[in-house]
Design a protein around this ligand. Structure first.
Ligand code: HEM
Length: 227
């Protein structure tokens, strides 16, 4: 409200600021929460990846709190977050209407047709990814993944209506994941297998149940539902 737009010179009014904050909550809360919950589930299934995140987080925050500048010291944690967005994209599909006639894979698409774009299917498509259903955060460092990363990874959509919070989400998600895993040990709970369900975002049908204990302590019996 105090910073003028460099082009128009206008500042936000009170109502406009309320709008911005509401968008932050609506578009930015459930999406990030969904990604973090699935990331913790995937790390509970893969204890060696979880140990790598914990040690990376510990080393990166050795000189104090987690801040933006620590991000570059956590490449593996970032890969874990990206791999989660590939396997469980919080926005599983988007709808677009085409403004002009197009040919898609030899099919004529009329003006005004509804086209469903699915980050979920693209992220798990075997034509793009090697072993698509496997949680493999290191794949993001392998050169053969540059092409699918460019062509088949759209958890934030793409083009003119791309998620305006994508940069923020990639900072927030990686830092929160590192902070949580540095402090807590996450394990799966016997018999609790979350079933993904597409609501507005990809939630687990009955929630995600994990056992959460302070890192370094023996695991007790406490179970926590995190979504
Ligand atoms: C992991 C976290 C997030 C994911 C996966 C995500 C995903 C998306 C996707 C797929 C869209 C396009 C939807 C469509 O066109 O139908 C979108 C739009 C949007 N997102 Fe995000 N988002 C995330 C976090 C955030 C955050 C943190 C904010 C705000 C701070 C935010 C604000 C927005 C806004 C304002 C739009 C609408 C943009 C427009 O239509 O011009 N998102 N997001």
């Amino acid at each position: 409200m105090t910073t003028a737009d460099p082009i128009t010179g206008q500042k936000f009014s009170g109502d406009e600021m309320v709008d911005q904050v509401a968008i932050f909550f609506l578009a930015g809360h459930e999406t990030s929460a969904s990604a973090l919950a699935w990331a913790l589930y995937l790390l509970s299934l893969d204890q060696s990846a979880q140990a790598r995140v914990a040690s990376e987080a510990k080393a990166a925050s050795a000189e104090g709190d987690f801040t933006f500048k620590n991000l570059s010291k956590m490449p593996f944690t970032r890969n874990v977050f990206k791999e989660t967005l590939r396997l469980y994209p919080p926005v599983p599909m988007m709808v677009r209407e085409n403004l002009r006639e197009e040919i898609f894979r030899e099919r004529r698409i009329k003006v005004g047709s509804q086209i469903v774009l699915s980050p979920w299917h693209l992220g798990r498509h075997q034509r793009f990814w090697d072993k698509p259903d496997v949680f493999d955060p290191d794949r993001w460092d392998r050169p053969e993944n540059k092409k699918p990363a460019r062509e088949a990874f759209i958890p934030f959509s793409t083009g003119p209506r791309v998620c305006t919070g994508a940069g923020f989400a990639m900072v927030e998600g990686v830092l929160l994941l590192a902070m949580l895993v540095k402090s807590f040990d996450f394990k799966t709970v016997d018999g609790e297998i979350p079933i993904p369900a597409a609501h507005l975002t990809v939630r687990a049908r009955d929630g995600i149940f994990l056992s959460v204990t302070p890192r370094g302590h023996a695991h007790g019996t406490s179970e926590t539902q995190i979504t």
